[in-house]
Structure formats: structure tokens, C-alpha cells
Design a protein around this ligand. Structure first.
Ligand code: PEP
Ligand code: MN
Length: 350
């Protein structure tokens, strides 16, 4: 249930209203618009009398929540959530500027990571991606450098100023990863790992939540809700392709999910064209489609020598190809009413 107040409701009445609601067993969540206040009720609302609440002084209307997710819902909070990347410039995700995170699938060694980080930064990436803990289908494939990879990411961050996003797979590693990274990624395979979602819900780092291989949009939003319900409301959603009967591509990019998510939630939405298509030649067209459909950002795999990559080489762009993509993305961003500003030219948002 959502309670919408009249403009200028006195704070004392608002406090009394929240107390009334909380005495009946719900948690309240207040979000302030320019003049009205929206009070969301979370939990079991069966003891609430919507008619009685609507007659409170200063209450304009009482609206039932239409969706199973609440904190993530646009009904709860109309204004977009802006997620700080953690760089010195104060770049945020979720506003006019399209933010691009780029880097290797896996952190392989210091030299390749630094070469990639400097290269993607030069081409305008705002964030460095790279996996230290890797979820690999085969136990015989490269599993990532683990803790050593985290240290290399922190070094690359220090050398370039680029904030870092990296995956956490194990609830026991959450604090360790949060010490080294600016944003924690929950991979597609772990979207419904509820103990992991609960753990990242209590850290003070934004979470990049990737859509599960066969998850519906509602399931993705409910996974975000698990994180938010633990107190971490800085969640970025990522459409990375879903599994369908099509085999020509690694996954099927669900372009329609982008406007649906933008309608349903105030959380920023980014797209991963690398894992969606699974082939380097598909990255640019899928990135263009994502921007046209309203994505707030992209996460792209880049490797200095994709042929030598220890994971996902087929879908990784060379640094030159990434540069060319960034140059052509600017026009698509402009056509979509957005901007694509290099990280070194960003300004702090008030
Ligand atoms: C990745 O980002 O390298 C990754 C493993 O992604 P996903 O979880 O989307 O497969
Ligand atoms: Mn990958």
C-alpha cells in the first residue's frame, strides 16, 4: 500500500501517520517529491484499513501496490535512482549520461589488466570491469585469480582512477570484494542465490545485478528487492541476454526488457551486449539497440589480444574496436537524447 500526501503536509502529522502504520505491523519507507511525500508500506498490510488511512488529515490518496516488488517499483519511488560509480569526478549512473564499463572477462595478469584499463579509459569508459572470481561452466576451465585478481583490480583503479566492478560468487567473500571494488556484480548464475543477495544487501557498495539465464523480468526485480530489503538500495539491473531456442547467438538479447524495466522500476538499467551475442561482431549492433531502447549504460568485454584470452575471447573487443564503438555510440546516444562523455571530462552532479 502507498500513501500519497497533500502538498506541504506538516512533519508532525507525517510522523504520527508513520507511527500509526508501523503500529499495525508494517515498515514505512518515505520518499519525498518536490511537494508531496509518498509513504510506502512494506510487509504484511492485512492489518491496515485503507479507508481509515485515506481519511487522515494531509493524506491525498491511498493506492494498493500492483506489483510483488515494492522498493524496486516506480510506484514507490517515481524519481530515478542515481547510482554513484565511486570515482573522484562523482559520476552517477541513471541520469542523462550513458555510462560504459569495459574491461576483460577475467583478470589474467597485471600487464594485460593495466593495458586494458588505460586503453578503455582513453576511449571514454567510465568504469573498469574484470572478473577475479569466475563462474565457469566447466570445472577444468580457468576459474579466475581470486584474491590476487582483486588486488590487481585495486592496482588498476589506483593507476587509472577508473572505479572497478567485479563479481562476487560466495557470501563469505562479500566483505573482501567490497574492500577492493567500487561495485559488486552478481552474475547471471547467481541471480536467485538468496543468501548471496542478502549478504550484498548489507554492504555499502552499489550492486550490479545481472538477469538470470532464464529469469523473467519480475524475477529479476524480485531479486533486486531481496537486496534492497536488506538496506542496500543502490542496485543496477543488467540485461545480458536470456536463453532461448536460438543457437546462432550465445543468448538472446531481450531488447524489450529495457523499456519494460524502465517503466517498472526507478533503478538504472544497463545492457551487456558481449554475453548477449557471444561474438565480437555483434557487440556494436546490440549496443546500438540497447541505447535506442533506453539503456542507461553498457558493460563491454575488451581484451588487448582476444585470441589469447583465458575466457570469453570470442566476444571480446580489441582496444581499437572498442574505440571505434565508442565513437559511433556517441551519435546513437545523441539520437536517444542522451550523452556519452569520457570519464576524464565528467563533472560532479549536485
Ligand atoms: C561476466 O560478466 O563475465 C559474466 C560471467 O557474466 P554473466 O553472469 O552475465 O554470464
Ligand atoms: Mn565473460
Amino acid at each position: 500500500m502507498i500513501v500519497i500526501t497533500e502538498a506541504g503536509i506538516p512533519q508532525s502529522i507525517l510522523d504520527a501517520l508513520r507511527e500509526h502504520l508501523e503500529e499495525r505491523g508494517v515498515r514505512t519507507h518515505v520518499s519525498r517529491g518536490t511537494d508531496r511525500v509518498v509513504v510506502g508500506c512494506i510487509g504484511d498490510t492485512s492489518q491496515l484499513d485503507a479507508g481509515a488511512v485515506s481519511r487522515w488529515p494531509g493524506v491525498a490518496s491511498v493506492v494498493p501496490v500492483r506489483t510483488p516488488y515494492r522498493l524496486a517499483s516506480r510506484e514507490f519511488r517515481a524519481a530515478p535512482t542515481l547510482v554513484p560509480l565511486g570515482d573522484a569526478a562523482g559520476t552517477t549512473l541513471g541520469e542523462q549520461r550513458i555510462v560504459v564499463a569495459a574491461g576483460p572477462c577475467s583478470v589474467e595478469n597485471a600487464a594485460m589488466l593495466l593495458e586494458t584499463a588505460h586503453g578503455v579509459r582513453e576511449h571514454g569508459a567510465a568504469m573498469l570491469r574484470g572478473g577475479a572470481f569466475k563462474p565457469r561452466t566447466s570445472p577444468w576451465a580457468f576459474q579466475g585469480l581470486g584474491v590476487q585478481g582483486l588486488a590487481l583490480l585495486a592496482d588498476a583503479r589506483a593507476a587509472t582512477g577508473l572505479p572497478v566492478v567485479t563479481e562476487v560468487m560466495d557470501p563469505r567473500h562479500v566483505d573482501l570484494v567490497a574492500e577492493h571494488a567500487d561495485m559488486l556484480q552478481i552474475g547471471a548464475r547467481n541471480m536467485q542465490n538468496y543468501p548471496l543477495l542478502a549478504e550484498v544487501g548489507r554492504v555499502r557498495r552499489p550492486i550490479l545485478l545481472k538477469r538470470g539465464l532464464s529469469a523473467t523480468i519480475t524475477e529479476l526485480l524480485l531479486a533486486a528487492e531481496h537486496i534492497m530489503a536488506r538496506g542496500n538500495e543502490l542496485v543496477v539491473l543488467c540485461e545480458r541476454g536470456i536463453r532461448t531456442y536460438e543457437t546462432a547467438t550465445r543468448n538472446t538479447l531481450d531488447v524489450a526488457a529495457i523499456p519494460v524495466l524502465k517503466r517498472e522500476t526507478h533503478l538504472p538499467v544497463i545492457v551487456d551486449p558481449s554475453h548477449a551475442g557471444g561474438r565480437a561482431d555483434l557487440v556494436a549492433p546490440l549496443a546500438f539497440a540497447a541505447i535506442a531502447a533506453g539503456a542507461d549504460g553498457l558493460i563491454i568485454e575488451v581484451h588487448p589480444r582476444p585470441g589469447e584470452a583465458l575466457s570469453d575471447g570470442d566476444q571480446s573487443l580489441t582496444l581499437d574496436a572498442f574505440g571505434a564503438l565508442m565513437r559511433s555510440l556517441a551519435g546513437f546516444a545523441e539520437a536517444a537524447g542522451r550523452t556519452l562523455v569520457p570519464a576524464n571530462r565528467t563533472t560532479r552532479v549536485a
